[in-house]
Design a protein around this ligand. Structure first.
Ligand code: SF4
Ligand code: SF4
Length: 354
């Protein structure tokens, strides 16, 4: 594996990665915290988290127990700021920034697969590998911090000290020992990086509308707007609906308020799909199920399905609460989908109460 570091960093540039690091695999340092989190059922309906839990806690169990190292890659996705009047307009639906782009699971995995194939060819393919982009039982944020690329903040996101927390992360697990590498796409890396820590800050905990960050580094997914709008199926608990305001897919609040992001002056050059940036709720209610699939083609938003998405839109309309919202909600009061219908009735009542 001579010159591996050099080849890896060259390939990182070729494949448009913003962060790249290697790490020798070891058992998770958060084993106890994760087991507690699981015992408290804080994963909500994400029961897939329990699959291969022991492999998640010890990545060496990958590749039939032969996994030795990981290459961790990050792509920076922080978008340019949207005008404040759009952001604060309750007649528009807010979508988390990661979903302003084509679904990263697909293009990022392709990119990493080409990356490792080329690397493997250079080294005559004498190792096994497996590529993950949110697709397997891996603690990707911990791996990224072990690779020296950043740290995990109190909001539970991965934070890089230069570029903040808006990163897509992907991993390649290999069955050989790789030399240690930490590479970042920057003209010049400061020789003294700021300390990887939140210090005394607790802005994310104070800003979270639902109290989902129950204590530093601890997220109760069942309360989190990201979970509720994306992963949760069925009815959203009524007490949480008003707190969701107009977030219709994901939530970025605990990243927006983070000083590590506020100080970043650059943004990603990935192409933003402008129709994802605060779409008007009154336009979204006109989408049929087919329109929904077309509008969100190749977007992570498809994950909610039509029913989950319209449920979220009904909640946002109820929270907007104006007469125009009432007129839109009215058409859904007898919708054949029970979830959409129930949330439309809730929204109707909210607007009436106002
Ligand atoms: S994503 Fe939103 S709801 Fe979830 S923890 Fe962050 S601020 Fe709270
Ligand atoms: S807002 Fe403050 S406490 Fe929260 S992740 Fe950022 S630096 Fe850490």
């Amino acid at each position: 594996m001579q010159d591996a570091s050099l080849f890896l960093s060259k390939l990182a540039q070729k494949y448009k990665l913003d962060l790249l690091g290697t790490v020798r695999l070891q058992e998770s340092g958060f084993k106890k915290e994760i087991i507690d989190w699981v015992r408290q059922a804080s994963f909500g309906q994400m029961t897939w988290y329990l699959n291969n839990l022991s492999r998640r806690l010890d990545p060496r169990q990958n590749l039939w127990g032969k996994a030795r190292s990981a290459i961790v890659a990050g792509v920076f996705y922080r978008p340019a700021q949207i005008p404040a009047q759009l952001k604060s307009d309750p007649s528009r639906g807010l979508i988390a920034a990661y979903a302003w782009y084509d679904d990263y699971h697909k293009w990022f995995k392709k990119r990493l697969t080409s990356f490792i194939r080329e690397f493997s060819a250079l080294y005559k393919g004498d190792f096994q590998y497996r590529v993950y982009v949110d697709t397997g039982p891996l603690l990707e944020k911990e791996l990224a911090s072990q690779a020296g690329l950043g740290f995990i903040g109190k909001n539970t996101t991965f934070i890089n000290q230069i570029k903040g927390s808006y990163f897509f992360l992907g991993e390649i697990i290999v069955d050989v020992d790789l030399p240690q590498l930490r590479w970042q796409k920057e003209e010049e890396l400061p020789s003294n990086l700021p300390a990887p820590t939140c210090g005394l800050c607790r802005r994310c905990l104070d800003a979270c509308p639902t109290g989902a960050l129950t204590s530093p580094y601890k997220l109760d997914a069942r309360l989190c707007i990201s979970y509720l709008t994306i992963e949760h199926r069925g009815s959203v608990p009524e007490n949480l609906r008003p707190l969701m305001k107009n977030w219709i897919f994901g939530c970025d609040i605990c990243q927006i308020v983070c000083p590590w992001n506020k100080k970043v002056k650059s943004w990603s050059d990935l192409p933003v799909r402008t129709e994802m940036v605060a779409p008007a709720l009154l336009d979204l209610v006109d989408l049929s199920e087919d329109d929904f699939r077309n509008y969100f083609r190749n977007s992570p938003v498809l994950r909610t399905g039509y029913s989950g998405f319209m449920r979220n839109v009904m909640i946002a309309l109820g929270n907007w609460g104006e007469k125009r919202a009432a007129l839109a909600v009215k058409n859904f009061l007898d919708h054949p989908d029970k979830i959409i219908r129930d949330h439309a009735r809730w929204a109707w009542q909210q607007i009436k109460n106002k």
